[in-house]
Design a protein around this ligand. Structure first.
Ligand code: BES
Ligand code: MN
Ligand code: ZN
Length: 520
């Protein structure tokens, strides 16, 4: 991963491939943001004018590269847009800093060192710049030598045959200027950013890994390996144990695949913890739709259908790295949804782990089946709160678009808290209802429930189905990340193409707030 260093040097004297400065949209054209004074001075105080001449406006995400003036150690100045300049006396908001730093880091892909001279007034600003830059510097590299795919050689080349990956590797080092390296708050901010981004990137890597390499067994193995490294406890239920335990939902989804399902429990505990948070992730390593097969055009990105499990896994490891005073138990419901002679048919009835029966009307509504079993199991341990994360419905993407996840809950205050936490970390989300009238659409003539109901409000119907498997009295939240989990268009801000690591930052903040006791 990209290294982060805190530097006390001036922007003029630090040796780097480029010095990054901020430019904001002022009332009369672009204005150079604080932090870049030394750079502006090297341009005779005319950096804003030079930038305007080059067409820069300060718009969010805009990147302008120019040759450095004499007196600067870096050969290139990279000006990145911060959007509207804040009102006098106000600082830039954290998300504007994150996005600008991310856009700059992306523009520096392939370079060794970027000196970030963005506006940093306090440790929170430093955290935002560090986080944005490190998140933006991500690049996924498929590694043939590192994969367990049967068809892959061990020649150390990536899928593009690019042996040393020197072409487009991420920016190697982010030097953060304006921070105080000896100040505790800045040091803590840098350490948190490094740990947090490493875990967001863990989720991104898992999501981007093709389904012929990442199947339920190899996903579970990755969790066991990471758990050993970070002192976490794991339990893996394989298909035999799942059968013995009566996990009909997970088994029913996984039975059509040659790669059998798994349920992983990965737990972080703190000796002085007062609260336990349970996190449940949908981990469909590939969603073909099963017998209710998805048409071409709807299955190309379905390796991303384990994004919820990836976010949960990453969050548990992050909690351990940060040493949070809270117990965090992750449940990864892993299966591959495939059509075959052994697959579940539409019309089949599954006996779930909870004891309820479910008529499978559509095998493509598989996420709620694996989650139902994992939710029931998670509730047995009586956590103080439980949050599931899932790329659950296309309906949620239709409702909220590609960048916003939906939040549902059995507890209004908890839903509001989750929404506020997501806002705080810069993840777009919106509260969604669980209207009681939709419940009747999942009634079945032959079973306790059907796995599909009314098409209208399909994301809410899925939420209502899940609620049936949550014990009354436990605060439960459901994040439907089908939109933001996987970015099919171009990169923006600190968000790369492909797996985004959606929900990791929200969940880590939730764990921190639970540890701090400021959540009910
Ligand atoms: N994994 C999909 C949902 C999805 C859609 C994720 C688009 C990411 C992007 C899920 O398993 C699914 O197929 N849901 C169905 C449910 C329906 C059959 C009730 C859907 O949304 O169409
Ligand atoms: Mn599906
Ligand atoms: Zn799915």
């Amino acid at each position: 991963m990209t290294a982060l260093t805190l530097s006390t040097s001036s922007a003029a004297s630090l040796r780097a491939d480029a010095v990054v400065v901020g430019v904001a949209k002022g009332p009369k054209g672009p204005v150079v943001a604080p932090g870049a004074e030394a750079v502006d001075k090297a341009f005779g105080g005319k950096l804003a004018t030079v930038l305007e001449t080059l067409g820069a406006t300060g718009a969010e995400g805009e990147v302008t590269k120019l040759p450095a003036a004499s007196g600067l150690k870096a050969p290139v100045v990279l000006a990145v847009g911060l959007g509207e300049a804040p009102a006098k006396g106000d600082g830039f908001d954290a998300e504007a800093l994150r996005r600008a730093a991310g856009a700059a880091a992306r523009a520096l892909a392939g370079s060794k060192k970027g000196a970030f001279a963005l506006p940093v007034e306090d440790a929170a600003d430093a955290a935002a710049v560090a986080e944005g830059a490190l998140l933006g510097a991500y690049a996924y590299a498929y590694d043939k030598g590192n994969s367990n795919g049967a068809k892959n050689g061990k020649d150390g080349k990536d899928a593009k045959g690019d042996k040393d990956k020197k072409n487009n590797g991420p920016l190697a080092e982010v030097a953060l200027l304006g921070a105080k390296p000896r100040d505790k708050a800045y040091k803590a901010a840098a350490e948190r950013a490094t740990a947090l981004v490493a875990e967001v990137n863990r989720a991104r890597d898992l999501i981007n890994t093709p389904s012929n390499v990442l199947d339920p067994a190899s996903f579970a193995a990755a969790a066991v390996t990471a758990a050993k490294e970070h002192g976490l406890k794991t339990e893996v239920l394989d298909e035999k144990a799942l059968t013995k335990g009566g996990y009909g939902g997970i088994l029913g989804v996984g039975q059509g695949s040659d790669a059998p399902p798994r349920l992983v429990r990965i737990a972080y505990t703190h000796p002085k913890a007062e609260k336990t948070l349970a996190l449940v992730g949908k981990g469909i390593t590939y969603d073909s739709g099963g017998i209710s097969l998805k048409p071409a055009g709807h299955n190309e990105t379905m390796k991303c259908d384990m994004s919820g499990a990836a976010a949960v896994f990453a969050t548990v490891v992050a909690a351990a790295k940060l040493g949070l005073r809270v117990n965090v138990t992750g449940w990864l419901a892993l299966a591959e949804n495939m059509p075959s002679g052994s697959a579940t048919r539409p019309g089949d009835v599954l006996s779930m782990y909870s004891g309820k029966t479910v008529e499978v009307l559509n095998t493509d509504a598989e996420g709620r089946l694996v989650l139902a079993d994992a939710l029931t199991r998670a509730c047995e341990e009586k956590p103080d709160a439980i949050v599931d994360v899932a790329t659950l419905t296309g309906a949620m993407v239709l409702a909220l678009g590609n960048r916003t996840f939906g939040i549902m809950s059995n507890d209004d205050a908890f839903r509001t808290a989750l929404h506020e936490i997501a806002d705080e970390v810069g993840e777009a989300s919106w509260p969604m209802p669980l209207p009681a009238d939709l419940r009747k659409s999942i009634e079945s003539p032959v079973a306790d429930l059907a796995n599909m109901g009314e098409r209208m409000g399909g994301g809410l119907v899925a939420g209502i189905f899940l609620k049936e498997f949550v014990e009354d009295g436990i605060a439960w939240g459901h994040l439907d990340i089908a939109g933001p989990a996987f970015n099919e268009s171009g990169p923006f801000g600190y968000t790369p193409k492909g797996g985004t690591g959606s929900a990791v930052r929200t969940l880590v903040r939730l764990a921190e707030r639970t540890a701090d006791g400021d959540l009910g």
